[in-house]
Design a binder for this molecule. Sequence first.
Ligand SMILES: Cc1ncc(COP(=O)(O)O)c(C=O)c1O
Length: 429
Amino acid sequence: MERRAFFKGIAAAAAAAPLLPDVAAGLAERLGTLGQDVASASNERALWQRLRREFRLHPGLVHLNCGSIGATPRVVTDALTAYLAELEGNPLANTWGGLGNEMEIVRAKGAEFIGAELDEIALTRNTTEGMNHVASGLDLQPGDEVLTTNHEHGGGMVCWQHLARTRGVVVRYIKMPNPVRDAAQILQLVEDHLTPRTRVCSFCHIDTITGLQMPLAAIAALTRPRDILLVCDGAQAPGMLDVDVKALGVDTYASSSHKWMLAPKGTGLLYIRKEVQDRVRPVFTYSGYNVYSASSGTRNVPQIVAHGVAMEFHNTIGRPRIEARCRQLSTYARQRLAEIPQLTPITPTQRELSSGIVSFSLTSGSHSEVVAALQKHDIFLKPAQGTYAYVENAGVPKENYNAIRISTHIFNDETDIDRAVEALQQVLG
Ligand SMILES: Cc1ncc(COP(=O)(O)O)c(C=O)c1O
């Protein structure tokens, strides 16, 4: 079936679908009230306190690791439960019709959320899946080169190592400076590593170890004229930064919605720019020869439809406002943790190179012991160990940063950071 026809069919079915009137009305009312509360909050403090009540986090728990997994707001978990109950009332009708048709609406919301067009977006389970779709879908030949860094996460890197093993593709690694001085330094490193055989540059949007934001638009200005595919691992950005894939200039962008987008676990988005879709062959095929649709077999419909509610939640508060809050808390964390002499920040300070993640290297103690000790105080953050073992296996020296990473979202506030500082002071002596 032609791709265009396939999408038209789905859109028509979605338009005719019953929209579970009770659930839809309940959701619209709750999001409407939330929107009014956001608009009428007397000040920022009152606003964030109101929003904190939207989350189910245990009282007293300090969750400073949204970069690993987010907390999903009540309105989304309640929708998920309601959708599941509805689906199980008539599984057949709601998997391939009814509620199932709403997955197409979620795809449209996903496209809008990151600035893409509908037929550039697939609903995936996570970043790892999206990155593997792209890597396995490319027709790379022995000796073709993929340029990446020694700071990538396995979910964005092992897909390339698999191609090295199975197809003779050559993976080259930029050794990231630490700390990064400025964007020009990164651009120079990228340019220095390009060769006539470079076919792909694969970089994360936000560095999982340091929280560095890669200057993707400037990198795209190097790769696009050379016809090099710019592949981005966006696991750590949508829902934290107000992402616009067109402005970033990337060719593909894979993300996990269960992190900063606060969506149910096992949800993600994959963007493939229209102009490069003929270069990325589909991996999962079912009811259409493409990866950009619902053609990937039976899906978890309630979870995907609730993913759409998570995006509505963000849109109700405002994506720029959420980005500003994530950054504000991360700046506060940087300032407060700088009071502890055993901690040195390894995240750049420039706005364009930073994000809602800030990491610190430890001059004494081990990151895993420190993180475990903090958990005893009900405070959760992440040890940032440096280069992953699979890079080391590929012959690139492992760097151990012995660092801790703090990621802050709207379910956090300044008191969470104060508690972490107090506990760190105790633990580090
Ligand atoms: C940069 C980056 N890429 C990929 C992943 C993997 O994400 P997922 O397990 O949701 O595929 C992570 C997870 O932390 C990450 O930080």
